[in-house]
Design a protein around this ligand. Structure first.
Ligand SMILES: [Fe+2]
Length: 171
């Protein structure tokens, strides 16, 4: 058992977290899945100590990092196209995120794998993501209607983190 067993899984709720841009919302929903995969891993202490599972977590962290880079770029373009006054602040917040995320990632990947470090990364991701979506990303709502961009609810979510979710959920 570790302290993370009490952390609840993130549940996507469009009314609460929605930005009015279906594409952005889908990506945020995917990110919830990515973070939930990590939560599953950390909630199971015996699985978390298994080197094979640790390799899978490293793979997840790489994948999550790449996914976040793409998501931020696409979201920043939307902020700019909307002439959103927080466009620069959003970019700067993303930059701060990158620095912290990759600092953790580099340590976890190059050094000895540390559960404690992974737990720190998990709490950082959890609080940063929710805080950022609620404080900055959801302010896109008021621009969604007038943007003229395609905001219609998109086809089903792709499930890009599905294999990680399935892997760690089974452990
Ligand atoms: Fe975002």
């Amino acid at each position: 058992m570790n302290s993370l067993t009490t952390i609840t899984l993130l549940k996507w709720d469009a009314q609460h977290y929605g930005t009015g841009f279906a594409h952005v919302d889908d990506q945020h929903h995917e990110l919830f899945d990515g973070l939930n995969s990590l939560t599953f891993f950390l909630q199971n202490a015996s699985a978390a100590n298994d080197p094979e599972n640790q390799d899978k977590v490293i793979e997840l962290l790489y994948f999550l990092g790449e996914y976040v880079i793409r998501h931020f770029q696409e979201e920043e373009e939307i902020f700019t196209k909307c002439g959103h006054p927080l466009a620069e602040a959003n970019k700067e917040a993303h930059q701060v995120f990158y620095e912290k995320y990759f600092e953790y990632n580099d340590k976890l990947i190059s050094g000895t794998f540390s559960l404690e470090l992974l737990q720190q990364l998990h709490s950082f991701l959890h609080s940063w993501l929710l805080n950022h979506i609620l404080k900055i990303d959801t302010t896109l709502r008021e621009y969604a209607a007038k943007s003229g961009m395609n905001n219609s609810s998109s086809a089903e979510k792709k499930g890009v983190f599905a294999k990680f979710l399935a892997f760690f959920q089974m452990k």
